[in-house]
Structure formats: C-alpha cells, structure tokens
Write a protein that binds this ligand. Structure first.
Ligand SMILES: Cc1ncc(C[n+]2csc(CCOP(=O)(O)OP(=O)(O)O)c2C)c(N)n1
Length: 638
C-alpha cells in the first residue's frame, strides 16, 4: 500500500476519477477508516455506510456525478458519499447543531440530488429525474441505491412497476445486506436470502464463464445465450425481468473486480431500466459492527478500539420502555391484544413484547400503509391491534388511517412514539404533525401523555376503547422519573385535570410540556401572577367543561403542545369560538412548534428556540398582558 493517503487527494468525485482502478482498494480502506473515526465522534448511522464504501467509490469513479444523478435511499448510508463529495472537512459535524445532516439533503450539496430519511423513495424520485432528462433531451444516467429493507415498502414496488414499463435508462442498485435495522422480514427478503446464501449463484456464473471460454470463437453467440440462460436460471433475475428490468447480479459489493466492469457495462448499456443486485455486508470492515449489525445500525459516540458505545446516563426508563412494559401487562390480561410494527421492533419496544408474545407480534417490514390496514383487518375479527409507530412514519399511512380505520370506526390503537422534536435526526424525523393530521378525524380518541405514569394509564385506556380508533403519543427519550403505577387504569375519556389552581393565567398543556408549565407557574407567582395549570390529557374529545371553567375565570389562556399549528391549540381556539367564550375578551395564545421545519439540535434547545419551555411560556404571558416592565426584569434576571 502506498504511503501517501489517497483520500487527501480527493475532495470531489472529479479528483477520485483521476485515480487508477488499482488505487481504489486503498482509497476505500481509508474512506472506511475516516467514516468510523467520524461516527465515533458524532454518533449516528454506522453499519449501513460501512457496507457501501466500495460501492460508493465505484459509483463515483464510473459515473459522472453530479451530472449523473446518484440517489441514496433513506440516506443514512451516505456518510462515505459525503466524504467524497466536498464535505470531508465538515464530516465531524454530522448531526450536530448547524452541522451536516445525517441524511442526504439537496440544500447541502449538488451531489445530493434528492433528500431522504424516510425509506423507499429513491426509485420514484429517480424515475422522475430520468423522465425529465428524456423530455429535456439530456442523456445523463440516474442511479438509485436502495437496500433490501427499503425494497420491502409498497412505494418501491409502485416505482418498479412504473419504471419497468418505460424505456428510461434508470439504474437501480439493490444493496442486499440481508438486514433492515433488525433482521428483515417477509417473503421477498426470504427469497433474496435463499438465492444469495446458497452459493449457487457463484457456481452458476463460474459455470457459464468456463463454458463460454471453452467454446470455439464462432460459438460466441451461443455462449452469450448460455450466459443468458444461466443468468435466468438464478431465480432472482426472473422476478425483476418479469417486471421489465434487465437484471444483473448478484455480485460481491466489496470486490472492485466485480463492481467496476459491471457498473461500466451498465452505464454504457443504454437499454432501459436495469437492476444490479449487489451483495454487501452491513458494518463491513469494522468487527464490532459486523458482529452486531443491529446494534451498530445507529450508534452513540464510541471507542474505536473496543467498539464500546458511550452510555448516556439514564435517569428514568424511556417512554418506549414504559409503553412496551405496559402493553405486555395489558396483554397478559387480555389475549386479544396484538402488536404490529413496520420494521422497527427495537425502536418501538416491540422486541420486548415479541419476546413475551411471539405469536401476537407482527413485524410487517417497512410497510406502514400495510401495517395500518393489516391492523384494521385484525380489528374486524375481534382482535385488539396496537400499531406501535413513530409519528413521522405514520404520515405515510394517512389514507389508511382515514379510509380503512376511521371511516369504519375500527378500534385500532396507535401508539405514537417519537412525538415532538427528536434532536439529531432533524426535521424528517420530528413528530410534529400527528396531532394536526389525526385531530381532524371524526370519532378518533387522541391522547398525549404528560409523563410516563400517565402513559401507563393511556395504554390501558386505549386497550379499553373497543368501539372506535384511538391514539396516544409520547416523546423520544427518558421519562421524568415519575413513579409508575403498578397497573394501568383506564382514564375517563375526554377528561382533563387541574393540577394547580390560580386566578389570572390559565396554562393548558397537552403532553410532556406540562413540567415546563408548572415551572412557568412558579416563576409567574414570583411576579405576583397567579396561574392555573391544567393537563388536558385528551385533545379529542376535548374537555369542554374544563375549557369553560378556565375561560370563564381567567384573564388569559395559553395552550402548550409539542406539535404544529393545526393541533391542540387550534382545536381549543375552535371550541372557544364556537362556545362564544372568546366574546368577553379573554386573551388566548397558542404555543405550538413554529411554522417552519426545525434544524437538528438537542431537543431542549429546539424547544427553547420554539418558545415552548418555561421561559417562553412566561414571556408569552407578559407580552400578552402588556407587562413589558415585568418582561424586562424577567429577561435581565434570567
Ligand atoms: C418509511 C420509513 N420507515 C422506517 C424507517 C426507519 N428505518 C431507517 S433505515 C431502516 C432499515 C433500512 O434497511 P435497508 O434498506 O436494508 O438499509 P440498510 O440499513 O440495511 O443498509 C429503517 C426501517 C424509515 N427510515 N422510513
């Protein structure tokens, strides 16, 4: 190996393309080291990026990026790509405030032609780009890199179906590492695994090569047919070919001797949609990540030598854990309860539920839409399905929630994790909109837990609601340390609670901002302002009695929530207007997330910036009451 680090010579893919093919091995090794080193400092997605180091180098070497469009599905594997595309100097700012995103983003680089973070969008976007190129008379290539996990989503099939019936030179690279975050599920993944694990495909390819080389020259056409025959004998190709793709592979995604000639041929083929099946290993080249690809999918900062991840000090069990334990305890009492996840067993805590009730746990793959309608089907048969899902991923299944669940008034329960701001994953993963998009649905029961103890009761409440859909939301991270009840007790539907009685200011909270409301009330008291603090618990049905009491006896009402405009505050305002409670001049302010997408940061900083902490609440009160003198004293004093 040459002593000069080649990576230092590469700022952009144009530099990379100056290297000789035999130098790419060394470059890939350096790129892998740089990726490990950077993620050890920032934390983030590790295994996926390590698995595509060679593929990323080969793609940029063969194709003319950014003129050729290279799209990474999900984007969590794009760290090596970022290093090679002018962002190496900022790679240690990954996921930090003001730093590089942990996913691809158009605003970040011309080498990121499409932003991602949610999965399975790459083929659709790529086909759109390819069609646009055709219409504009350009002849650039479009390459979509999609994992076997991401390929399990309906959207990927919709795109394949569309692309296969067209002539665009779309290149889909199926990056098959036989892993999603957890081991993949489903028939398609079993099919891929069967065909690549047996070694048959290598045998068939060798056989074809040997046979071809033994044939006389004028038999070349026949040899080509033998290739074709063996290519099709490997069943993986047939499926894609039936869809209209020319299928190549599977090839070893860590071997440049296979990658370079195949990608070159594919680049020059000019014969419609092509699928290249590349087999890789998640975490490749870093022993701890190879040994435990699920644990090294996303990591905290870690020690490169030992692989040991920095443990964040846990002050209380996480909301996810409390949800899982509560559901297990409900399920022990009620054998109709089942749990469904869309490829997120560990993220949602359903791995724990699955250990307790393997037969009642369903991981349907990255298939949120299917997960919801599948749950609806089970509900029609008398089961009690809990769909455990992140707020942002449920966005994808909105029509299923409306059409398959709500309109039929089916008692599907939605356990909505990662509600509110999530930190380093940024806007794509922030659970900002579920209150708005579920609150508008008739008959839905919609709850938000103020702390983990309340979450236990909300799980019990949802389990007990058997005549309509219900949902409860809770944030990412540790609970407040609240004492957990031994058993969940169903809450009275549509009833909030008053925690502190006051006279002038009413703070009405939905969700975990309640603690900040209490703090704000303390601070207001030091300025002689008496505040009532109430926990709404339910956004739907809204507690109109409580609202009326607050409206009739306070000068100002402030709603506080971890959600966008159109959520809790909007519903409160609507109810106040309808009941005529605004007519007597009460001041109302709705504290929500701001009407813009919030950049990655620590959640507490993000909430502070959004004005949703105690300080923001107090300042809002002073401003609304026109007490600029108090506001000044408060601001200077804090
Ligand atoms: C719509 C959606 N659902 C769930 C996720 C969470 N998620 C992120 S990566 C991932 C697994 C992706 O597996 P694969 O495509 O095989 O890529 P790999 O990480 O194995 O390289 C999942 C489920 C997501 N990003 N988007």
């Amino acid at each position: 190996m040459s002593k000069t680090p080649l990576l230092d010579l590469v700022d952009t893919p144009a530099d990379l393309r100056k290297l000789k093919s035999k130098e790419l091995r060394q470059l890939a090794d350096e790129l892998r080291e740089e990726t490990i080193e950077a993620v050890s400092i920032t934390g983030g997605h590790l295994g996926a990026g390590l698995g595509v180091v060679e593929l990323t180098v080969a793609l940029h070497w063969i194709f003319d990026t950014p003129t050729d469009r290279l799209i990474f599905d999900v984007g969590h594997q794009a760290y090596p790509h970022k290093i090679l595309t002018g962002r190496r100097d900022r790679i240690r700012t990954l996921r930090q405030p003001g730093g590089l995103s942990g996913f691809t983003r158009r605003v970040e680089s011309e080498y990121d032609p499409f932003g991602a973070a949610h999965s399975s969008t790459s083929i659709s976007a790529g086909l759109g780009m390819a069609v646009s190129s055709t219409l504009a008379g350009r002849d650039n290539r479009v390459i979509c890199v999609i994992g076997d996990g991401a390929m399990s989503a309906g959207m990927a099939y919709e795109a394949l179906n569309n692309a296969g019936a067209r002539d665009e030179n779309l290149i889909v690279i199926l990056n098959d590492n036989d892993m999603s975050i957890s081991p993949p599920t489903g028939a398609f993944s079993a099919y891929l695994a069967r065909t690549t694990s047996s070694g048959t495909y290598f045998y068939m390819r060798d056989f074809a090569k040997q046979l071809a080389s033994r044939l006389p020259k004028n038999w070349q056409r026949r040899a080509a047919r033998v290739e074709e025959y063996t290519r099709n004998l490997w069943q993986g190709g047939v499926w894609f070919e039936e869809l209209g793709f020319y299928y190549v592979g599977p090839i070893d995604g860590h071997d440049f001797d296979q990658l370079l000639p195949v990608l070159k041929n594919v680049r020059d083929a000019n014969q419609g949609p092509i699928l290249v099946h590349v087999v890789t290993k998640k975490g490749k080249g870093y022993a701890p990540a190879e040994a435990a690809p699920d644990k090294y999918h996303g990591v905290n900062k870690f020690n490169v030598v030992t692989g040991a991840q920095v443990k964040t000090k846990q002050t209380a069990p996480s909301y996810t854990r409390v949800f899982a334990d509560s559901l297990i305890s409900e399920a022990k009492r009620d054998d109709k309860i089942v749990a469904i996840t869309a490829a997120m067993p560990s993220g949602t805590g359903l791995d724990l539920f699955g250990a307790a009730f393997p037969e009642r746990t369903f991981d349907v793959g990255i298939a949120e839409q299917h997960a919801v309608t599948f749950a609806a089907g089970m509900a029609t048969e008398g089961h009690k399905p809990f769909v455990a899902i992140y707020s942002t991923f449920l966005q994808r299944a909105f029509d299923q929630v409306v059409h398959d669940v709500a309109i039929q008034r089916l008692p599907v329960r939605f356990a909505i994790d990662r509600a509110g701001l999530v930190g380093a994953d940024g806007a794509t993963h922030a659970g900002s909109f579920d209150l708005a998009y579920l609150g508008c649905l008739p008959d839905f029961v919609l709850m938000a837990a103020a702390d983990e103890a309340e979450l236990v009761h909300m799980v019990a409440t949802s389990a007990a609601i058997d005549d309509r859909p219900s949902a409860f939301r809770y944030p990412r991270g540790d609970g407040t340390g609240a004492e957990l009840p031994a058993v969940g007790v169903p809450l009275e539907i549509g009833r909030g609670v008053i925690l502190r009685e006051g006279t002038t200011v009413a703070l009405l909270s939905l969700g975990t901002r309640l603690a900040d409301c209490m703090k704000a009330a303390d601070q207001l008291a030091t300025f002689g302002l008496s505040a009532t603090v109430a926990n709404a618990r339910f956004m739907k049905p809204l507690d109109k009695d409580l609202l009326g009491r607050l409206a009739r006896s306070h000068e100002i009402l402030i709603t506080v929530e971890e959600g966008s405009i159109g959520g809790f505050g909007s519903h409160v305002l609507h109810a106040l207007a309808e009941e005529g409670w605004l007519d007597r001049g009460m001041k109302v302010r709705t504290l929500t997330l701001p009407d813009r997408f919030i950049e990655q940061n620590k959640p507490e900083v993000m909430y502070e910036q959004a004005g949703l902490d105690a300080r923001g609440i107090v300042t809002t009160v002073f401003q609304a009451l026109g007490m600029s003198d108090l506001e000044r004293v408060y601001t200077e004093g804090s």
